[in-house]
Design a protein around this ligand. Structure first.
Ligand code: SAM
Ligand code: SF4
Length: 326
């Protein structure tokens, strides 16, 4: 079954956030003091998250990505992932992590049926990394990347938010990693999630990132896979890993959006940057599969054609990336 929205986009991808807690404090994602974490009662139980996942897969969702907050800090995640990966019809189960706990957990994640890992890593320099994450330990993340491969995963994809004056001097170092370590690297434009005056100073359009790489390497454009979504992918000839660009702010994005999101408190969103959200809790407590399917169909049908963050006069929407799941 195919899920198509009113703008003709095939919606096959669900991003499911399972916690709003995190063991890092990246400055572009969370305020220094962290966020006031939702109480136990408002965070969906694993049974409720599974009900959403099963319903979505029955309707045509083929790929689920588990995210957060930091998903690996939620206890019981391995058993949950085991149940998720067993859902008939789910073709692709992926997880995005900051990598801090990956060295300890990679093997269990692999055994539970996770197929791909994305690790967020914005700097290969310990000092810059610690500044961006407000205290994160780069060695642990690099150890996690290695452990993932030892556990049987393909080299994890690295998500790298590029910010002018912060880490843009490392664009070529990350591109080199696709050759030296086989990781695919996806450069993400900085998005104005945390309310900060003058956020535009960090912005580097994806095109500029590409041009800087093309100054050193030839880049071959790659065909899009079935779950590719809005990323444009390239390869340096001979590299095992690819280079992707997500131009969330500067454009070429919304027309290929293939996803919906559900937060850890059960708020479903058709667009990361829209205020519109639908509370799924009334269909989870008590469980109502048919009602839930209907409301998910509504969220797909109400998906806006495009976001407005690149328009003049954009005002910050009230959300924290760690609560929505990126
Ligand atoms: N904690 C996990 C991690 O960091 O991978 C998963 C959740 S995190 C919110 C998901 C993704 O959102 C990360 O790759 C992160 O870099 C990205 N992200 C968070 N805030 C962002 C921002 N302001 N602009 C662009 N990407 C952002
Ligand atoms: Fe935590 Fe991920 Fe946000 Fe960083 S990007 S603060 S690791 S949720």
């Amino acid at each position: 079954m195919q899920l198509t929205d009113t703008h003709g986009r095939n919606i096959n991808y669900l991003r499911l956030s399972i916690t709003d807690r995190c063991n890092m404090r990246c400055f572009y994602c969370m305020p220094k003091e962290g966020i006031v974490s939702k109480g136990h009662d408002s965070i969906l139980s694993y049974e409720e998250l599974l009900l959403i996942a099963e319903t979505a897969v029955n309707m045509g969702i083929e790929k689920i990505r588990i995210t957060g907050g930091e998903p690996l800090v939620r206890s019981g995640i391995i058993a949950f992932l085991g149940k998720l990966s067993a859902i008939p019809g789910l073709r692709h189960l992926a997880l995005t992590t900051n990598g801090l706990l990956l060295a300890e957990m990679a093997s269990d994640l692999y055994q539970a049926g996770v197929q791909r890992l994305n690790v967020s890593l914005d700097s290969l320099d310990p000092r810059t990394f610690s500044e961006i994450t407000r205290g994160g330990d780069l060695k642990r993340v690099l150890g996690g990347l290695e452990a993932a491969e030892q556990a049987g995963f393909p080299p994890p994809k690295i998500n790298c938010v590029i910010m002018r004056g912060v880490n843009d001097g490392e664009i070529l170092d990350f591109a080199d990693r696709t050759l030296s370590h086989g990781n695919s690297v996806r450069f993400i434009e900085y998005m104005p999630a945390v309310k900060e005056e003058g956020w535009q100073r960090y912005s580097i359009p994806g095109e500029e990132i590409l041009q800087r790489i093309a100054g050193r390497y030839t880049l071959e454009q790659l065909d899009k896979g079935p779950f590719a979504g809005p990323s444009r992918d390239f390869r340096i000839p001979g590299a095992r890993g690819s280079i992707g660009i997500i131009t969330a702010v500067s454009g070429h994005f919304c027309s290929e959006c293939n996803r919906i999101r559900v937060t850890s408190t059960g708020q479903a969103k058709g667009c990361l940057f829209s205020d519109a959200k639908t509370d799924l809790v009334p269909w989870l407590r008590p469980p109502d599969r048919e009602g839930l399917a209907e409301v998910l169909r509504f969220i797909v049908s109400a998906k806006p054609e495009r976001h407005d963050i690149s328009q003049d006069g954009y005002t910050h929407k009230n959300f924290t990336m760690s609560q929505v799941g990126g």
